[in-house]
Ligand binder design. Structure first.
Ligand code: AMP
Length: 475
């Protein structure tokens, strides 16, 4: 699809912003959705993040809002007229940043509210008046209850990543929020899939929606080299370290299915000398933004993330993606590996498959319409591993598999569900060894981790270890 933005007759301030962003042609979702949203119709769009979906709804909404633009400084003249709801803080922040860029040359004001940070600056911004409000449901309800946000003049509402919002359990919050909005409005719903639940939501809140579906990502990029290694749960970390070392990888994404597993894996890899950070819903907002920034700047080599935390994040062209856990949802496999091998660059996608994952691999085969060959993981340098295994066994017995509800990663404050209490941290004999000063001959960090690990040892390794050329480009 190569339709140009010039076909749309966008208002000059919007066209200028789009040109400044360097967009040359519309993406398929934009070509289909923008003309429909410009007419004010309800839309039900099946589109993933990364398809240009934000501009697909933001540009036409801004164009419509511009018809009654207000240059007055009075907050009363800037009521909330468009509301965009998203499931996670990162997505809300990202969409809000994009909206700000598109609205840069207009007089429309926008703001974002999400949980995990102080409400006061958000309140101050809301009190000044904003036309476009981007929010996560929990924090928005807090602002509604505190009377900081008044939604009775909303003309447009966007339920973005609606499937994820339902997955996380936001339906009651959404219903409450929608009850504050005028009945006469335009509703846009975007979702990766049109599940029966999504259809029910659409039936309740959309009027004669135009359905827009762009091709679902069921194709792997041909530039991604994919491997599925058969490996026990106990051996996954070792396999990961070996591949990182053998391939000389400078950076990689490591996907896990639960936020509990995410934090644990990141912690143990860090202890073993790999420069790692975790991205999941239980981190403070500040920590998460810092983690992302560090990764984008190449200060961190491994970013361990859950699907929800990583979804839609503007990080592209990572040299490798590891599926430490096989994703529960086959489409997430395509999302995950889509982080690598973009724009013709070659990428590596490695999936660790343990005994219980056979059905999930079957789902991926069905989606990709091809047979997946499981490869045996061959370890070099077999060391006696009794101690390590003992530690790992203790670790797993204490809940490594985790509560299935942990698969749903979302911001704690915004989550309507009760969080399971994390199990007490077991002692891991492997990591609880006394500190040994580093030998004069530096071993690569990942090998050192297999011998003796301690925080001090690890930081010494991080400082001295050879930095491989960064292949990574942040988007
Ligand atoms: P989204 O799916 O909205 O999160 O967009 C993903 C990325 O694509 C963002 O970095 C956008 O800035 C970028 N993008 C959106 N539309 C276009 C376009 N027409 N041409 C090039 N890049 C785009």
């Amino acid at each position: 699809m190569t339709a140009s933005f010039s076909k749309l007759a966008l208002a000059e301030p919007l066209a200028r912003a789009v040109a400044e962003m360097g967009y040359e042609s519309m993406t398929p979702i934009q070509a289909q959705a923008i003309p429909v949203v410009l007419t004010g119709k309800d839309v039900m769009g099946a589109a993933q993040t990364g398809t240009g979906k934000t501009a697909a709804f933001a540009l036409p909404l801004l164009q419509r809002l511009m018809k009654h633009e207000n240059t007055s400084t009075s907050p009363a003249r800037h009521p909330v007229r468009a509301l965009v709801l998203l499931p996670t803080r990162e997505l809300a922040d990202q969409v809000a940043q994009q909206v700000k860029l598109y609205a840069k040359y207009t007089n429309l004001r926008s703001a974002v509210v999400f949980g995990g940070i102080d409400m006061k600056p958000q309140t101050a911004e809301l009190k000044r008046g904003v036309e476009v409000l981007v929010a996560t449901p929990g924090r928005l309800l807090d602002h509604i209850e505190a009377k900081n946000a008044v939604l009775n003049q909303v003309e447009y509402v966007v339920l973005d990543e609606a499937d994820r919002m339902l997955d996380i359990g936001f339906l009651p919050d959404l219903q409450r929020i929608l009850s504050f909005l005028p009945k006469q409005r335009t509703t846009l719903l975007f979702s990766a899939t049109f599940s029966p639940e999504i259809k029910r939501l659409a039936n309740s809140y959309l009027q004669d929606p135009v359905t827009i579906e762009v091709a679902r990502p069921n194709q792997e990029a041909s530039t991604v080299e994919q491997h599925f290694y058969s490996v026990t749960d106990d051996d996954k970390r070792r396999a990961l370290k070996q591949i990182v070392r053998q391939r000389g990888l400078s950076q990689a994404f490591v996907f896990v299915n639960s936020k509990l597993g995410c934090a644990r894996l990141a912690r143990s890899l860090e202890r073993e000398g790999l420069n790692t950070t975790a991205l999941h819903g239980d981190k403070s907002q500040d920590e998460r933004l810092k983690a992302l920034d560090a990764f984008k700047q190449g200060k961190v080599d491994l970013l361990v993330a859950t699907d929800v935390a990583a979804r839609g994040l503007d990080i592209k062209d990572v040299p490798a993606v590891f599926n430490f856990d096989v994703p529960f949802n086959a489409e997430d496999y395509v999302h995950r590996i889509g982080r690598t091998g973009r724009a013709g660059a070659s990428g590596l996608a490695v999936t660790f498959v343990s005994g219980s994952d056979t059905r999930l691999v079957g789902d991926i085969e069905k989606l990709l319409k091809r047979k997946i060959e499981l490869e045996p993981m061959e370890f070099e340098d077999e060391r006696p591993r009794g101690r390590i295994n003992d530690g790992r066994r203790a670790w797993r017995e204490a809940g490594e598999v985790g509560d299935p509800r942990d698969v749903l990663d979302g911001p704690s404050r915004d989550r309507p569900r009760r969080d399971p209490r994390p199990p007490a941290q077991p002692k891991d004999p492997f990591f609880d060894q006394p500190y040994q000063p580093p030998s004069t001959q530096e071993a690569p960090a990942w090998e050192a981790g297999a011998k003796q690990a301690s925080t001090s040892r690890v930081s010494a390794n991080i400082k001295t270890r050879r930095k491989l050329p960064a292949l990574f480009k942040a988007g």
